[in-house]
Design a protein around this ligand. Structure first.
Ligand code: URA
Length: 266
């Protein structure tokens, strides 16, 4: 009985620490997994010139080498399947060790519209696709009001390809290490329009510190290496709308703006 009480206390502690979801049926010894992955040859490449339109965050020497490795791997990909494989093979982001799946993208790669969110949550991590949980269902319903369906005319991804434990906010380092893949993702996907869903995607790709409430509803030009300028709209994240439904009217304006742009881009 005492054992049971101790186990319950341990479970409560894990939940409080953000381990709120059993992602596997059987326990996995992550120390062994890590030891094995440490034996694998690491891709370390010489630093390369940054390609992001914005200055890269200040990084320590090992981080700079990792960032250069990420950029080299991303830039070597010449199509979306190659980029997916590159992301799946990349072991420079520690989130990968706690995630069940790499979440790359969903939707039609030929679609004119590319939506970029923050990071996979528990449902996305379990299934391996972006925006499949509650906020994704809201996003699908919102897009449907302007005739957009992910299987037909939308392509969806995130700034991070792995779930941050307990759905915490990604750190600047985690975001920075994924960004070379995100820039390359846009370049290879060649969208007519990008929609930045929420503050994390907006801040990461526009390199602006103003909050999403200031930036939402505004169009920006993303300068994409090997592609050129792509219009990008900043909008609220659907999970924010689930918490604050009164802001849905502003998102409705954004949806109409997306529809107008899509119509004129055809
Ligand atoms: N929130 C995101 O930003 N992305 C997802 O894929 C799911 C929830």
């Amino acid at each position: 009985m005492q054992d049971r009480a101790a186990l319950l206390r341990l479970l409560e502690w894990q939940t409080a620490m953000g381990a709120d979801d059993a992602v596997l049926n059987a326990p996995r010894d992550r120390m062994r997994t890590e030891a094995k992955s440490a034996e694998r040859p690491r891709r370390v490449t010489p630093p390369a010139a940054p390609v992001t339109q914005a200055p890269a965050p200040v990084a320590t020497a090992p981080q700079s080498a990792m960032l250069a490795g990420a950029k080299e791997l991303a830039d070597a990909a010449t199509d979306l399947p190659a980029l997916r494989a590159a992301v799946e093979s990349f072991d420079g982001c520690s989130l990968r060790r706690t995630a069940t799946h790499t979440v790359f993208a969903d939707g039609n790669p030929e679609a004119p519209l590319m939506l970029i969110g923050e990071a996979p949550g528990a449902d996305e991590d379990r299934i391996g696709l972006p925006f499949v949980g509650r906020s994704g269902q809201l996003l699908d319903r919102m897009l449907a009001t302007i005739g957009v369906r992910r299987s037909e005319n939308a392509y969806i991804t995130n700034i991070l390809f792995w779930r941050p434990p307990g759905n915490r906010k990604p750190t600047p380092e985690e975001t920075a290490i994924c960004l070379p893949f995100v820039w390359r993702h846009i370049a290879l996907k060649r969208p007519k329009i990008v929609v930045l869903c929420g503050g994390t995607a907006t801040a990461a790709l526009l390199n602006r510190s103003d909050g999403i409430t200031r930036l939402r509803g505004r169009w920006f030009d993303l300068l994409i290496p090997d592609l050129g300028s792509v219009p990008a709209l900043a909008t609220y994240h659907p999970s924010f709308l689930l918490r604050a439904p009164a802001h849905k009217s502003e998102s409705w304006h954004d949806l109409l703006a997306i529809q107008n742009r899509l119509n004129s881009a055809q």
